[in-house]
Design a protein around this ligand. Structure first.
Ligand SMILES: Nc1ncnc2c1ncn2[C@@H]1O[C@H](COP(=O)(O)O)[C@@H](OP(=O)(O)O)[C@H]1O
Ligand SMILES: CCc1ccc(OS(=O)(=O)O)cc1
Length: 300
């Protein structure tokens, strides 16, 4: 362990949420025993984790799809490093679904056998920034910021849970996973593409998982994963976990807006230009393109 902060726990160069993480678990993470049929959703925070967790559990378990099971997201596909409900992962029946924010170099080494599946979801970093600003002001377990400008500086410096989104070094989050993609059995998904065409995205995920869905099942998955329905689904939206287990500093929800280009409502021209300069410098040779905005009428 290096570094010390009330909210951040730095372990091997990466910032974990101090109040959720178990340092002894981290020390053994490398040797965490994976199974060939494990599935991991891996993201930088605020990139569509909970959404993809919901899609995965709907694909795998008819019970959720038919609303016959009363199991919340944190129990359907628990966070590997933030095991809120102290689930005994070894006793968990297969197939196990996990979520995680770990950078590629902290992932259990068993994932490199390329059997267990990884779904990496990315989102344009300006919307990540805005989503994260609201989220960290809302929860007592994250450091609050007075304004977007203040939070943006922390974000650009990597002084947040998840460390740097931006990267010029291959060990940072997005680039690290992308550049080491051949070491893993990995599918890259893009938040904005999921927004634009959820049905095709669900099909892409189910095909990667080798889980064939009937038309009827596909409809049910899509229907329960669209923002408006997920937002009011108490098993999917984390509301009771945030309120009763983690603690709210200000009123709000995990499913906040779920749109593309919300940053345009928050960043000043100067802030946006500063962000662009950093982005261009650090990501100039990165081959994937990001979707920064969409016609607002299409973004329903
Ligand atoms: N079904 C859905 N459709 C679109 N966005 C969703 C979604 N479920 C969650 N999100 C959005 O994903 C973000 C949270 O990401 P994560 O789960 O990685 O923490 C939030 O973004 P906003 O704060 O911009 O609304 C949340 O609203
Ligand atoms: C344990 C559930 C949980 C809650 C909040 C989280 O925040 S973040 O995604 O790391 O920003 C993560 C896990």
């Amino acid at each position: 362990m290096d570094g010390d902060d009330k909210y951040l726990l730095k372990f091997k160069g990466y910032n974990f949420a101090r109040l959720f993480v178990d340092i002894n678990f981290l020390k053994n993470l490398d040797d965490f025993e994976t199974r060939d049929d494990d599935v991991f959703v891996i993201t930088y925070p605020k990139s569509g984790t909970i959404w993809t967790q919901q899609i995965l559990s709907l694909i795998y378990y008819e019970g959720h799809r038919n609303r016959t099971e009363i199991v919340n997201t944190a129990d359907r596909s628990p966070f590997l490093e933030y095991n809120l409900h102290k689930i005994d992962f070894e006793k968990r029946p297969s197939p196990r679904l996990f979520a995680s924010h770990v950078p590629y170099y902290l992932a259990p080494k068993g994932l490199k056998n390329k059997k267990a599946k990884v779904i990496y979801v990315s989102r344009n970093p300006k919307d990540v920034l805005i989503s994260y600003f609201h989220f960290s002001n809302m929860l007592v377990t994250f450091e609050a910021s007075n304004n977007i400008g203040e939070f943006m500086e922390k974000f650009l410096d990597g002084k947040v849970v998840g460390s740097l989104w931006f990267c010029h070094e291959s060990f940072d989050h997005m680039r690290g996973w992308y550049e080491h993609r051949h070491d893993f059995n990995i599918l890259f998904m893009v938040y904005e593409e999921m927004k634009k065409d959820l049905r095709s995205s669900v099909l892409k995920i189910s095909s990667f998982l080798e889980k064939e869905l009937s038309e009827e099942d596909l409809d049910a998955v899509v229907n329960q994963a669209v923002f408006q329905n997920m937002k009011v689904d108490p098993q999917a939206n984390y509301d009771s976990i945030l309120k009763n287990e983690i603690g709210l500093r200000t009123k709000g929800h995990f499913l906040r807006k779920g749109t593309i280009g919300d940053w345009k409502h928050y960043l000043t021209v100067q802030q946006n230009e500063r962000f662009d300069r950093v982005f261009q410098r650090k990501m100039k040779d990165f081959p994937l393109k990001f979707i920064w905005e969409i016609d607002e009428e299409l973004d329903q």
